[in-house]
Design a protein around this ligand. Structure first.
Ligand SMILES: [Mn+2]
Length: 428
């Protein structure tokens, strides 16, 4: 049987239930003094979800090396099993985001296995940044913006296949990230390359089902180190605007220049109805793809502060998709994804605690100190008891990592899954 024995989760929770009850009551009392109803926060948290990327459950790597761990998933069905465990213990990752061609399989079988492990499917991800085995034309010099129309047509066709697979399994969105760009000044004509990209994207957008959304993901650099065709949120916004009302911008937290004010970009995209969703991760230097909230949890909170602000005032068309997009090089990927999903939910819970009336009054009065203290008061609050109580009530684990380790799931799958040389591990 896939997954973790519910009896083990119950026993693990039993050992922690009394302490949690006391912590939850203490937090409820503290929030009550701040006129915040803890049950209301918990209810909003229970409705929150973040998708797990199928590629995240395998060990990632750098361009130097990859150091796989025991029990690496051998394919998409093993990945779905691992993603199911993440949701079983955290109850905050109800969907998985697939990557084609790595996860190509019979749609009916995909749906059946996902259902078995309690998961649905989030946005589909196309891949035209690597050559798939047997592919007639190479993406070495680009895909959707390639100078050769035949390469562009092949890349468009691949995206249409992703939509078709997604339709068969109940996905409602396609995320497009291209690696197209140049490594030398003069190598590529900026304007013509972007025109070709837009033309290809129009063909993909034209094939988008009525109830689907198209996300364009920007990235400043890498693998192209001089120029990238979709390099920043401005170009992503232009793309979404050119394409039409079902095209949106996807913000990967690692895809900006260092120290860029990402929460402000988020606010701008919300204001103009073009925020499609997120790839959550954290970074210290570049596109490090570290675990969400591991380096700068305050920044993650400030992003969610904008999201809750938009949610509370009912910003038109506001429905961002939440996904993790990380590379786990030195940790157990399942543990990292559980912790990261929890960190994203934590930032949401903290942002829900912001006293927006006080914040707005401080802003109107130009009281900079009170404004920033209002945010800090929410960020400083230890919301772990709300997160743990929400998990407990939904059948998850009070302490997901402890329960996972106690289950010995990793050791069990290591026996069942012989080591393989390589799986698709690219991270975008
Ligand atoms: Mn990404």
């Amino acid at each position: 049987m896939a997954g973790i024995d519910p009896g083990l989760i119950a026993a693990e929770n039993e050992a922690r239930a009394a302490a949690l009850a006391r912590d939850y009551a203490a937090l409820a009392e503290q929030l009550d003094r701040r006129s915040i109803d803890i049950e209301r926060i918990k209810a909003r948290l229970a409705a929150f979800g973040v998708a797990v990327p199928s590629w995240g459950v395998g060990t990632g790597g750098t361009r130097f090396a990859r150091f796989p761990g025991p029990g690496e998933p051998r394919g998409i069905f093993d990945k779905l099993d691992d993603c199911g465990v993440i949701h079983q213990l955290t109850r905050v990752t109800p969907t998985v985001s697939l990557h084609i061609p790595w996860d190509r399989a019979d749609p009916a079988a995909l749906k059946a296995r996902a259902q078995e492990v309690g998961l649905g499917f989030d946005a589909m991800n196309s891949n035209t940044f690597a050559d798939a085995p047997g592919q007639p034309l190479s993406y070495k010099f680009g895909s959707l913006s390639h100078t050769d129309a035949a390469v562009r047509a092949q890349a468009v066709e691949h995206n249409l296949e992703c939509i078709a697979i997604g339709q068969a399994i109940g996905s409602k969105a396609l995320t497009v990230w291209i690696a197209d760009g140049s490594n030398f000044p003069g190598q590529s004509h900026f304007t013509r390359a972007f025109e070709r990209y837009l033309d290809s994207m129009r063909q993909i957008y034209g094939a988008l089902p009525e109830d689907w959304r198209l996300f364009s993901e920007h990235k400043m650099y890498e693998p192209a180190f001089y120029s990238t065709v979709v390099q920043d949120w401005g170009t992503s916004y232009l793309t979404a605007s050119e394409l039409g009302p079902r095209a949106f911008c996807l913000v990967d937290l690692g895809h900006h220049a260092p120290n860029v004010n990402i929460e402000m970009i988020v606010a701008r995209l919300i204001q103009f109805g073009k925020l499609g969703g997120f790839h959550f991760n954290d970074s210290k230097y570049g596109d490090d793809d570290l675990d969400a909230g591991s380096i700068d949890p305050y920044r993650l909170f400030l992003v969610f502060n904008e999201l809750v602000d938009a949610e509370d005032r009912g910003a038109p068309g506001f429905a961002p998709a939440h996904m993790l997009d990380q590379s786990h090089n030195v940790t157990d990927p399942i543990e990292s994804l559980m912790v990261s999903a929890t960190e994203v939910a934590r930032a949401y819970a903290q942002a829900l605690l912001v006293d927006r009336a006080v914040l707005e009054a401080a802003q109107e009065a130009n009281d900079a100190l009170m404004a920033t203290l209002t945010l800090k008061a929410a960020f400083r609050t230890d919301v772990e008891p709300i997160l743990a109580q929400a998990r407990l009530e939904q059948g998850g684990a009070i302490d997901p990592v402890a329960a996972f380790r106690a289950s010995r799931y990793r050791a069990a799958i290591a026996e069942r899954r012989p080591a393989v040389a390589s799986i698709g591990g690219g991270i975008v």
